[in-house]
Ligand binder design. Structure first.
Ligand code: C2O
Ligand code: CU
Ligand code: CU
Length: 490
């Protein structure tokens, strides 16, 4: 093969299969699930690090995308819905040459990764104007857990709109979990859940004010950029599903007909052992890794999204606006089929790993703080979403903590809607809900605080000093003020 420069190489690589180049270049493969007939055929290319480096060009631009049964003009990274999956290992360097060809400014956040929060790393205060470029560069720490992370835009005020346009992709850290024999033996599939609001011409439609208050939801749900894709199990193998809720506001309450899930990870972090559950509730931002035993009759099983009520504007909307129907369709009454799992012959027995990761409880906190989540009128901005009675402001530090300390945060939802609370940069443990100790020891970066609930979390602020944010991951709430600046002081 003649020598190409990196740009030519990448241009050729997109859509091509199995091209691998040695050296410092990006190794790129297009992975389709096997076997091919009616498989989930995740069409997004995968970029994997090699020799300790993950380097690629990433361009944000609006593009006409084929969702399987229809075309839509969406906001994409490298023309793909979902965005290309990035895969690196702990200790790897990441160099991402980003070009913003959107009509708006944007930036990139690496959700859940424990990496520097300043400079050209996981810095949500960067603003890349339309037509401009920026190279993101950071190293994934050597002791970084393997897991399911993701990337998406994070420019305050435009976050919900840009995610709703489609800008989101997986960032997988490969490592110790991938070496566990039972996980290696399973068929690995990724599910990126996104919803869109598209009119007959394939154009994105604007959300009404009330649905922004509720958090916008689209009538079209895509899984890996497809409507109801099939996942065909390879004979004799169980399934390892790695699921991301990349919707700005929609909650997914997942169930697979006749099968339970064996959850092995919450957000990016593995549990100490698999936990059997019938349903998975994923708020925006959350991930779950689960194993599925294909041990039933051969056939097709629907992965369903069950109804979930995340609250409503109640008093404000109820009478005046004609009830919940207008508040953003958060209350569908019927299960919706998201994907279909099928297999020809039952897997006799799929071994579950007896042990995954050792998680130990954190020591007692040095500091306890409380954060009240609600919405209300704010003199400066009108109706806003508030933390401790205040909407987000760029120019102040809302919370200052010390590096290498542990804090408990009490998250109190006094409002009428659920709020999934997310902190950048450091994963945390849930200590209690409404005073009841949480029995599952797990690390998360996003926790659901239901209306009326008080959730206590314990956060270790490790390794990286600097300014970052915490916020509600219903991204309209975030854009409408439910965010705070967090300064981690060295
Ligand atoms: Cu995925 Cu600050 O968010
Ligand atoms: Cu995040
Ligand atoms: Cu919220």
């Amino acid at each position: 093969m003649a020598k190409l420069n990196r740009r030519q190489f990448i241009a050729l690589g997109i859509g091509g299969a199995g091209i691998a180049v040695a050296g410092n270049w990006v190794r790129q493969k297009t992975i389709y699930s096997q076997p091919v007939p009616q498989s989930s055929a995740n069409p997004a290319p995968v970029y994997q690090s090699s020799d300790g480096l993950l380097e690629l060009d990433l361009e944000a631009r609006e593009r006409l995308v084929d969702l399987g049964n229809r075309q839509a003009s969406l906001l994409t990274y490298n023309g793909q819905i979902p965005a290309p999956r990035l895969e690196a290992r702990s200790g790897d360097k990441v160099r991402l040459h980003f070009t913003n060809n959107l009509e708006q400014p944007t930036n990139i956040h690496y959700h859940g990764l424990h990496i520097p929060l300043t400079g050209n790393a996981d810095n949500v205060f960067l603003e890349i104007e339309s037509g401009k470029k920026l190279t993101y560069e950071f190293q994934i720490p050597n002791n970084h857990p393997s897991g399911t992370f993701w990337y998406h835009p994070h420019l305050h005020g435009l976050v919900a709109e840009q995610l709703f346009g489609g800008l989101a992709g997986l960032f997988i850290v490969r490592g110790e979990d991938d070496e566990i024999p039972e996980l290696k033996a399973a068929q690995e599939e990724f599910l990126v859940l996104q919803d869109f609001s598209i009119n007959a011409d394939g154009k994105r439609t604007n959300s009404a004010h009330m649905s922004l208050m509720m958090g916008r939801e689209g009538e079209l749900i895509a899984v890996n950029g497809r409507i109801n894709p099939s996942i065909a199990l390879i004979e004799g193998r169980g399934l390892r599903l790695r699921i991301l809720n990349a919707s700005p506001s929609r909650f997914y309450r997942l169930a697979l007909e006749e099968h339970s899930f064996f959850q092995i990870a919450t957000d990016g972090n593995s549990l100490s052992k698999p936990i059997e559950v019938d349903e998975l509730l994923l708020t925006p931002g959350q991930r779950a890794d689960v194993l599925v035993r294909g041990d039933k009759e051969s056939g097709q099983y629907r992965l369903l999204n069950l109804p979930y009520d995340r609250g409503s504007m109640g008093m404000m909307g109820g009478g005046m606006m004609g009830g919940r129907g207008m508040m953003g369709r958060n209350n569908q009454d019927e299960p919706i089929t998201l994907a279909t799992v099928n297999y020809e012959s039952a897997v006799e027995s799929m071994a579950l790993p007896s042990r995954l990761n050792s998680i130990s409880a954190l020591p007692k906190p040095q500091t306890v703080r409380r954060f009240e989540l609600n919405h209300g009128m704010s003199p400066a901005v009108g109706m806003a979403f508030l933390i401790n009675g205040e909407p987000y402001r760029h120019d102040i530090i809302h919370t200052q903590v010390k590096l290498n300390t542990i804090e408990d945060w009490e998250l109190i939802n006094t409002g009428v809607m659920d709020h999934p609370f997310h902190i950048h940069g450091n994963a945390f443990h849930i200590i209690s809900r409404n005073g009841q100790p949480e029995s599952l020891l797990a690390l998360r970066d996003t926790v659901l605080v239901k209306r009326g609930e008080t959730v206590r979390i314990r956060i270790p602020f490790r390794d990286f000093a600097g300014k970052t944010v915490y916020h509600c991951h219903v991204l309209d709430h975030e854009d409408l003020g439910m965010m705070g600046n967090l300064m981690i002081e060295a």
